[in-house]
Write a protein that binds this ligand. Structure first.
Ligand code: ADP
Ligand code: MG
Length: 699
């Protein structure tokens, strides 16, 4: 057995109780798990701060001084030990909530100590909570260690002596054992090319850095490696798919496409639309199945690109299907696409949950006979009963709303899987896209059609309510329509309606708008009621649409020019951006008013400011990633794929970028990693791939 696979129980300093806790609390089962349990930050042990220098932004720091007085304050759970700690510039408090008696008896008064902790500030006094102390005398005997790792621990572990320092001690026991047992996982070529240290040196220096330079190189190597194996894996998956999965080649661009493109297209394509269309054409012409993700901001014109792709399918004798997440959206696509098809000899049908049995039957027949060229629909079209004569292209709109299993069901609707184009109006940063969709082809529409006026965005607090209501009146008198959106406070559809009505009623109680017609739309309504309300708004019968976020996706009402988002501080950035995308669709100047309470958290403020200052969805997504981190941004479903031990998608974008390039180059030279020079990589990759494949695939 490999030494690294040794159970953690065997390590010196780890008894049964500690082993148990390490497993339960930190999921450290083996030597390998411990050696890859990296510090989350470092302290510069060679630097000693003064009380006078402290500020609340400092990370963990060291101070040298004496405890001049102890106090025990509070009762029960609030009971705490406070030590007044003094250096030659001032006094701060050291605070402990646990282990009070033991700590009180082990610290000597008026004796020099080195304390270590993170300063926090409360009412202008600084304190260190649960700091660690070393006798100055002891510390001074040792050589200066420079950087020292700080490890995440837990209350239970700390109680057993496994606080950050305790974990470091275990590592100091482990590292000498592993000498010569840590196998290199990269090739000499890559190490030399990127000037990276060996795996062994990196693992030692990440825990116990010899000096700053070795530490930085170790960190870079481990980050690189983590990204590299993921990229290698994603690129391998992509290779396997394009090799194994035969697709239906669409070699021709023929009458339907040309006729529409030359005679009926309502506007000239933007540069980005043209580029993406070319990318799609290249894919569908080849023998392999296309798997392409199309990212484009709201309003960037994805539908037209989708339609042109479907025309290519028709020209090659294939049917296509476009699936949307909601009935409203499907109907909207139906309207747009039927309009495009007016002058073409193309049959379009729609299938949703509310399609009647008779319609369905007719549709089924037409699909099987091949009479129908394009089928638009919701989830309903995944139903097994739906059979196509020859489905060649599937387009999924707002792909994040669907799961993988739904997608794969569509694959099975023909002998070979059809070409897939998945579209999303939720732009994500490039680093995330490379990680989550690294095995897909990715296209980006990064340009809006010309002539769009930027939506004027302002942030108002409740005290400006009267003015906002005045503005609503003014705009409606000018003939415009208004959206007022309320957040879903509880994550429950039953409460959805209540939240909405409570919110709206309290709004109009203070500021009635009796002269206007109002539509209400929420998640609990039946599809046909939603449809009805939506239609009234689309037709201009109603002036105001009061809604929850059900209107978030894709709805298009060009005459609606004001979006008011209530309690906007409760929304995430991408949702705010999606909502704002509902206006600015017509010729008129549009507005987005972000309403909030007077008290907003720092992060909430940053979100709202970001919305006011930016209109580009990609830029907004970068801020979102920085504020929330990748896991929260993409939801728990995908967080498995986004868990890195040391690499950081926010900070290490450049390392990610070159790790992908190195992986691409490697696979070009040695697709199966068969060469002698790549044997380390192969050996490390095989178990990695196995583990990775056991995870559920991301959508
Ligand atoms: P999304 O990418 O959000 O799905 P849509 O496809 O709904 O965007 O397009 C938004 C609007 O832009 C539609 O009204 C569409 O007709 C219009 N549009 C699309 N492409 C162009 C273009 N090249 N020039 C002008 N308008 C366009
Ligand atoms: Mg769309």
């Amino acid at each position: 057995m490999e030494l690294l696979s040794t159970p953690i129980d065997f390590l010196k300093g780890v008894g049964p109780a500690k082993a148990d806790l390490l497993k339960k609390e930190l999921r450290i089962f083996t030597y390998r798990d411990l050696i890859t349990y990296y510090p989350f930050r470092y302290v510069d042990k060679s630097k000693i701060f003064k009380v006078y220098d402290l500020n609340a932004d400092l990370p963990f720091i060291q101070l040298k001084g004496e405890v001049i007085k102890f106090e025990t304050i509070g009762k029960g759970r609030a009971k705490r030990l406070v030590a007044h700690f003094k250096d030659d510039t001032g006094v701060i408090k050291l605070i402990w909530f646990k282990g009070i008696t033991w700590i009180r008896s082990s610290i000597k008064l008026n004796t020099e100590y080195l304390v270590f902790g993170k300063p926090t500030c409360f009412k202008n006094t600084f304190s260190l909570v649960h700091p660690e102390l070393d006798l100055w005398e002891d510390y001074n005997k040792k050589a200066h260690v420079g950087l020292q790792g700080v490890y995440h621990s837990s209350e239970k572990l700390s109680a057993k002596g496994l606080n950050s320092r305790g974990i470091l001690k275990l590592l100091k026991n482990l590292i000498p054992l592993l000498k010569n047992d840590i196998k290199e996982t990269l090739s000499l070529k890559i190490l030399t090319q990127l000037n990276l240290p060996t795996k062994e040196d990196s693992l030692i220096n990440i825990h116990i850095p010899k000096n700053n330079n070795d530490f930085i190189r170790a960190q870079k190597r481990l980050k690189f490696e983590e990204f590299f194996f993921l990229q290698l894996h994603l690129l391998k998956l992509k290779l396997i798919r394009t090799k194994r999965l035969k697709g239906y080649p669409f070699p021709k661009i023929d009458t339907h496409f040309n006729n529409f493109y030359n005679n009926h297209i309502p506007f000239e394509l933007t540069g980005a639309q043209k580029r993406v269309l070319k990318e799609i054409r290249r894919d569908v012409q080849s023998e392999a199945q296309m798997n392409r993700l199309l990212q484009g901001d709201v309003g960037s014109g994805k539908t037209l690109v989708a339609f042109l792709s479907m025309l290519i399918a028709v020209d090659n004798g294939f049917q296509s299907s476009i699936m949307a997440p909601t009935e409203i959206l499907a109907r909207q696509h139906m309207d747009t696409i039927s309009e495009y098809c007016k002058e073409l000899d193309i049959k379009v049908g729609i299938l949703t949950g509310s399609s009647k049995t008779k319609e369905r039957k007719e549709l089924h027949e037409k699909l099987e006979s091949g009479e129908l060229n394009i089928l638009i629909g919701t989830h309903a079209l995944i139903e097994d009963k739906v059979k196509f004569r020859n489905l060649g292209l599937v387009i999924i709109d707002e792909q994040h709303r669907f799961g993988v299993s739904q997608r794969s069901k569509l694959w099975k609707k023909n002998d070979f899987p059809p070409h897939m184009l998945v579209m999303t109006a939720t732009p994500i940063p490039r680093t995330l896209s490379m990680t989550l969709y690294g095995d897909l082809e990715v296209s980006v529409i990064d340009e809006l059609p010309p002539g769009r006026k930027e939506v004027k965005t302002v942030w108002k607090t409740d005290s400006n309510r009267l003015k906002v209501i005045g503005f609503i009146r003014e705009q409606i008198k000018l003939g415009r329509q208004i959206y007022i959106v309320f957040p879903l406070i509880q994550e429950s559809e039953v409460l959805d309606y209540k939240n909405l009505m409570d919110g709206y009623e309290s709004l109009i109680r203070d500021f009635p708008l009796p002269e206007f017609q109002v539509s209400v739309l929420h998640g609990q309504m039946k599809a046909e009621d939603k449809e009805y309300e939506m239609k009234r708004f689309v037709d201009g019968v109603t002036d105001i649409m009061v809604a929850t976020t059900v209107i978030e996706v894709g709805v298009n009402v060009p005459n609606a020019s004001v979006m008011i988002i209530e309690s906007s501080e409760r929304f995430g950035l991408s949702q705010l951006h999606q909502l704002r995308g509902r206006v600015g669709r017509g010729a008129e100047q549009s507005y987005c008013i972000l309403m909030s309470g007077n008290k907003v958290s720092t992060e909430g403020k940053e979100r709202l400011k970001t919305m006011v200052e930016n209109s580009d969805g990609f830029k907004i997504s970068e801020v979102d990633l920085r504020l929330r981190g990748a896991g929260d941004m993409m939801g728990t479903k995908q967080s498995g794929a986004l868990n890195f031990k040391i690499a950081d998608l926010v900070k290490d974008g450049n390392i990610l970028e070159y790790s992908r390039n190195v992986a691409i180059q490697l696979l070009e030279e040695d697709e199966n990693l068969e060469r002698e020079e790549n044997k380390n990589i192969l050996k490390a990759y095989l178990p990695y791939a196995k583990q990775r494949n056991n995870w559920s695939r991301i959508s």
